[in-house]
Ligand binder design. Structure first.
Ligand SMILES: *[C@@H]1O[C@H](CO)[C@@H](O)[C@H](O)[C@H]1NC(C)=O
Ligand SMILES: *[C@@H]1O[C@H](CO)[C@@H](O)[C@H](O)[C@H]1NC(C)=O
Length: 177
């Protein structure tokens, strides 16, 4: 290959591998939509008389949410730096927008603990705990990656957002531990 075509080839690879800020915003929107689906599965689990299928639906949606979060994280890691102030602010807004879904889901799963324990199959609470821990790890890993790339003036807000979300996970995980 000529040097010129090698250079052209490499620049195509770079474009193909790097995610854009729009990709990240789309990922966050998709992860939020997936979290809404998870929250709906939790919400529709009744306080008495829930079924194994309904409990496993929560588990499946938790796995799907971890995947959506991890896809977001891997795209964040390939966005060319530095990210502009405006783009960083849009990303922060998208996370702020998704936060109530996370918090509602975590509050809601705690209210379903005794209903989940009442299922005739043991071990489902432990499965919920495991899912909560996986969601916590994925969510906070994404938070850490965003914070590591945040411009200085957004750092405080991004850091307290992460702390609030982490605290909500601590409460929910403690209820299932
Ligand atoms: C998701 O990301 C977290 C944090 O990096 C990692 O610990 C976990 O193994 C990943 N899970 C999947 C299913 O990729
Ligand atoms: C949530 O994940 C973070 C980062 O991995 C970890 O430090 C923290 O202990 C986890 N929280 C709980 C309640 O397990």
């Amino acid at each position: 290959m000529q040097l010129k075509s090698i250079t052209a080839f490499l620049s195509v690879i770079t474009v193909a591998l790097g995610a854009t800020v729009q990709n990240v915003l789309d990922d966050i929107a998709a992860a939020k939509a997936q979290a809404v689906t998870l929250e709906n599965a939790i919400d529709s689990f009744p306080t008495t008389g829930g079924s194994l299928a309904q409990a496993l639906a929560i588990h499946q949606q938790a796995l799907n949410t971890v995947s959506a979060l991890n896809k977001t994280t891997s795209d964040v890691e390939t966005v060319p730096l530095p990210v502009s102030e405006a783009d960083a602010a849009s990303i922060l807004d998208a996370v702020i927008d998704a936060k109530p879904v996370i918090e509602n889901g975590l509050t809601d799963i705690v209210t379903k603990k005794s209903a989940i324990d009442a299922l005739p199959i043991s071990g489902l609470s432990a499965l919920v705990e495991q899912d909560l821990k996986a969601l916590n790890t994925s969510t906070l890993a994404l938070g850490d990656d965003l914070i590591a790339r945040a411009p200085a003036d957004l750092l405080d807000e991004a850091t307290s957002l992460r702390a609030e979300i982490a605290a909500a996970f601590v409460t929910a995980i403690a209820a299932y531990a």
